[in-house]
Design a protein around this ligand. Structure first.
Ligand SMILES: Cc1cc2nc3c(=O)[nH]c(=O)nc-3n(C[C@H](O)[C@H](O)[C@H](O)COP(=O)(O)OP(=O)(O)OC[C@H]3O[C@@H](n4cnc5c(N)ncnc54)[C@H](O)[C@@H]3O)c2cc1C
Length: 501
């Protein structure tokens, strides 16, 4: 059979949720198509191994175009290519968006998508045992909890945050919690829990759910303005699958705009450049790519570092560079390994401008689906982000210098104390900043001329097609985005189910 009620493209964070929730209705036949394999290498399950997955076959192995904000460098741009998608290679940090950062979505033209609207869906995703059930989910599919036995150096780092005036929070996912703490991790019984582990594997045997892996979608099929299915390649042969109700695109903030453009949905002039017939002229497809910039300070440790039991990042802090800001614009985290100092005991402080002003794009380089798109996250292209990163570096250094870390202290080796002046820090940041792996916003929902979907996530100008993934976010949550992707997907599943009831 190649006809289904729903065809979901991409089995990543959002696609796993949507396929699982839609197939709860036994009358709905659901096909989920994923380009990558059903399972990754063993390392994908080992929390401490996550950083080593970048550049492996579990990653699409894309790179950015030259980034003027990074002195013209092109940087690796990882995202997951396996069932579970980026949640199958990510750092397992589970942090919701700050209330005010999500409320911004309404102001950006997405009424009904404020924090309070999203809260029930954040709750629906998670099983956060022992937490306040008013704000936290206690019986959802994804088990989240802080590190059971945190690294002793991470606990010292938490003391350092406290010493520098960060309010230590029990639950960083409480709606307005600002400060530092042990963050929730998507680790269960010592292993990574991807969205596929939480949402798909428990329902694998449903007769109305088909999961096709190693199948790369190359384009959408339209009958007039109605999307009726997808074309995909599997085992070297071209095939199609039809959807009688809807195709749901969940190929991620890079894959989704790429597939839309390949299929004639996007900026008309750009599509015609590549000889693609225009189905709907939507200038916002691929525009507005937003990401978090990341840089790290690497320290040697003054003593041996015990091996990590978790994901290396158990403690984070959030800060405002300006007290008048509605939500923190800086995140600092402690990492119990110094990857840039191989063979030496060490640790690192990472920091990010989590409310960036820089914007970029995803655009075509070819009409051939096998050719990756041009990815331009525009990292540090807005001067304000560079200044925030300078301030963040100083905040991170302040924490690193606190007495609570004296027992662990060696010295900051990269960039080292000689890089301290404003201009030196700017120059160093232009060289060493990269992505925090959080692309969003390439098919924004809303009512602005640049929006791609309406607030029910239906693509403008066509029928039978929705986008449900990180692409639809009107702005980036000032936190790691995975929990927000899952919440958006929970809500979308409910909207789709209700429309087809
Ligand atoms: C290295 C790394 C570390 C990260 N760390 C964290 C973290 O600690 N915490 C956090 O909150 N966030 C983190 N993130 C980000 C987070 O994982 C993503 O925001 C989230 O997973 C995005 O979900 P998505 O559903 O939009 O896309 P994805 O999860 O990327 O899913 C897209 C899926 O679509 C598939 N696909 C794409 N194109 C096609 C096609 N043509 N045909 C078929 N299938 C296709 C892909 O293979 C993939 O499985 C990290 C990301 C990375 C890469």
């Amino acid at each position: 059979m190649n006809t289904y009620d729903f065809v979901v493209v991409g089995g990543g964070s959002a696609g796993s949720v949507v396929a699982s929730r839609l197939s709860e209705n036994p009358d709905a036949n659901v096909l989920l198509i994923e380009a990558g394999p059903a399972r990754g290498a063993t390392e994908t399950t080992v929390p401490a191994a996550w950083r080593g997955l970048v550049g492996t076959e579990a990653d699409w192995r894309h790179s950015t175009v030259a980034q003027p904000g990074l002195d013209g460098q092109s940087v690796p741009y990882p995202h997951g290519r396996l069932l579970g998608g980026s949640s199958g290679i990510n750092a397992m940090m589970h942090l919701r968006g700050h209330r005010a950062a999500i409320d911004l979505w309404e102001k950006l033209g997405a009424p009904g998508w404020g924090f309070d609207d999203l809260l029930p869906y954040y709750r629906r995703t998670e099983r956060a045992e022992g937490r306040d059930s008013v704000f936290r989910g206690v019986d959802g599919p994804l088990r989240v909890a802080p590190a059971r036995s945190p690294h002793p150096a991470a606990l010292a780092a938490l003391g350092a945050f406290r010493e520098r005036g960060f309010a230590v929070q029990d639950d960083l996912n409480a709606p307005e919690a600002v400060g530092a703490g042990l963050l929730d991790l998507t680790i269960m019984d010592g292993a990574r829990q991807s969205a596929a582990d939480a949402y798909l594997r428990p329902v694998w045997d449903r007769p109305n759910l088909t999961v096709l892996t190693d199948a790369q979608v190359g384009g959408l099929v339209f009958s007039g303005a109605r999307c009726t299915g997808v074309r995909y390649l599997r085992e070297g042969s071209a095939r199609t699958a039809s959807a009688t109700r809807e195709v749901v695109l969940a190929a991620g903030a890079v894959g989704t705009p790429h597939l839309l453009m390949l299929s004639g949905v996007g900026p008309a002039g750009h599509l015609r450049e590549y000889g693609i017939d225009v189905v709907a002229d939507l200038p916002g497809v691929g525009a507005g790519l937003t990401d978090h910039p990341l840089a790290l300070l690497f320290h040697t440790a003054g003593r041996d570092m015990p091996p990590a039991a978790n994901n290396h990042i158990e403690v984070v802090g959030a800060a405002r560079t300006d007290p008048s800001l509605a939500f923190p614009d800086v995140q600092v985290f402690f990492m119990d390994v110094a990857l840039a100092l191989p063979g030496r005991p060490g640790y690192a402080f990472g920091f990010s401008a989590v409310a960036p002003h820089s914007r970029g794009s995803v655009s075509l380089l070819s009409a051939d689906p096998a050719v990756a798109p041009a990815i331009d996250p525009g990292l540090l292209s807005d001067e304000r982000d560079l200044e925030t990163m300078v301030a963040a570096a100083r905040i991170a250094r302040g924490v690193a210098a606190a007495a609570a870390l004296d027992d662990w202290r060696g010295q900051e080796v990269l960039p080292g104390p000689a890089v301290a002046g404003h201009d030196q820090l700017r120059a160093w940041l232009r060289q060493k900043t990269s992505t925090y792996f959080h692309p969003v916003g390439t098919c924004r929902m809303g009512d602005s001329p640049e929006s791609v979907t309406d607030t029910s996530l239906r693509v403008h100008g066509v029928r039978g097609l929705r986008v449900v993934d990180a692409s639809v976010m009107p702005s980036i949550p000032a936190a790691n985005p995975n929990p927000t992707v899952l919440a958006v997907a929970e809500r979308a599943s409910e909207l789709i189910g209700a429309e087809h009831a």
